[in-house]
Design a protein around this ligand. Structure first.
Ligand SMILES: Nc1ncnc2c1ncn2[C@@H]1O[C@H](COP(=O)(O)OP(=O)(O)OP(=O)(O)O)[C@@H](O)[C@H]1O
Ligand SMILES: [Mg+2]
Length: 363
């Protein structure tokens, strides 16, 4: 299939709001979606995901910036001339057409002959697991089945790019997990460049090649799920993707590609950190709950701490530990009789390679 990358160059969507005046639903968004990639726009409600997706689709004109699909500048091109497949949250099937005709619609508009059309519709219905459903009407289908029809309808026209806006949010939790696996499988099989919108971080991590985290109309960080989890660039990203401890630190020394910091009276050397910081500065570090290690009190190099609480959750236990004047969330995978009781003194270790130093006070 002929797929293409997507490029957004400083794209904005500006609206006039009666009370607030000028508002930006998307602001200065630049993005390169690689050919064949599944890239997710992830962020809280109102951050501009749908607006950005609608601009790629051509349903919404940008106020500024340019949009390319492959080499072609489509900024001024109408939606139906952009060669895209779009899957909506509410499926948007034609209620008076059966499954076959819903899927065939896009091909009829493109004046495909009846024979080629029959084969193409049959092929995609088989692909989404709906063989034998041709004569069913939309109201006779479950939500999951309707979403499969919407998916079939989007891919049957062999679009150059596929766009999804919260396609699973009307389904129950179990079906959501199943369908996201199917969408990912189909996307990889067809190799179509895909932009996927969700506010669900777990869904985003499960299916994406890369994730663009959005906040207040802007892309705040772009990377693989692993990268965003381990190396969040801002407090917002750290808190939006997984759970994080935000720790106040003092910078003792920087230079030569490393930073020496003090946390709770213990010195830590962070390699590949410290750019933009100078000695004496206060900074914040992000540390994931499962990266923190608890051991015997008084151990050399450990920060003295006290266990405030322990919650046993079966495969793991969650602790709140007071150390270095801060309250830390710690997740441990414990063997039998290996736990620390509330009130016990412990030694807290923060492995330097897992400490992510944040520069600037961007929220
Ligand atoms: N046509 C418009 N006129 C005025 N404001 C708009 C318009 N379209 C979107 N907005 C505003 O832009 C912001 C972003 O909206 P958008 O629908 O892109 O958010 P979203 O990230 O998709 O949120 P959700 O997760 O709730 O779907 C919102 O504050 C919204 O009210
Ligand atoms: Mg939306």
């Amino acid at each position: 299939m002929d797929t293409a990358g997507i490029r957004l160059v400083s794209v904005s969507a500006r609206f006039h709001h009666r009370v607030k005046g000028e508002v930006y639903a998307a602001r200065d968004v630049s993005l390169d979606v690689r050919p064949g990639e599944l890239l997710t726009l992830l962020g809280p409600s109102g951050c501009g995901k749908t607006t950005t997706l609608r601009m790629i689709a051509g349903f919404q004109k940008p106020s500024d910036g340019r949009i390319f699909i492959g080499e072609r500048d489509v900024t001024q091109v109408m939606a139906n001339d952009r060669d895209i497949g779009f899957v909506f949250q509410n499926y948007a099937l034609f209620p008076h057409l059966n499954v076959y005709e819903n899927v065939a619609y896009g091909l009829r508009v493109r004046r495909h002959g009846e024979a080629a059309l029959g084969k193409a519709v049959g092929d995609v219905l088989a692909m989404v697991g709906l063989k034998g459903y041709e004569r069913q009407m939309p109201h006779q289908l479950s939500g999951g089945e309707q979403q499969r029809v919407a998916l079939a309808r989007a891919i049957v026209i062999k679009p150059r790019v596929l766009l999804f806006d919260e396609p699973l949010s009307n389904l129950d939790a179990k079906l959501r997990v199943q369908m996201r696996g199917e969408i990912q499988h189909l996307q990889k099989t067809l190799g179509i460049t895909t932009v996927y919108v969700t506010h669900d971080q777990e869904e985003a991590m499960a299916i994406s090649d890369r994730i663009a985290v959005m906040n207040k109309g802007r892309i705040v960080q772009l990377g693989t799920a692993d990268r965003l989890y381990r190396r969040p660039a801002t407090v917002f990203v750290a808190g939006f993707i997984g759970r994080a401890n935000l720790i106040d630190v003092t910078v003792l020394e920087t230079g030569a590609g490393r930073a020496v910091i003090d946390i709770g009276g213990v010195t830590h050397v962070l390699n590949g950190a410290g750019e933009g910081l100078s000695a004496g500065a206060r900074a914040r570090a992000v540390l994931r709950p499962e990266a923190i290690a608890l051991g015997q009190a008084g151990a050399a190099g450990a920060i003295p701490g006290v266990v405030r609480s322990r919650t046993y959750l079966g495969e793991k236990a969650e602790y709140v530990v007071e150390a270095g004047g801060q309250s830390l969330l710690v997740v441990r995978f414990e063997a039998e009789n290996e736990h620390f009781a509330p009130g016990s003194a412990v030694g807290v270790r923060l492995p330097a390679r897992d400490v992510q130093l944040l520069v600037g006070d961007e929220a």
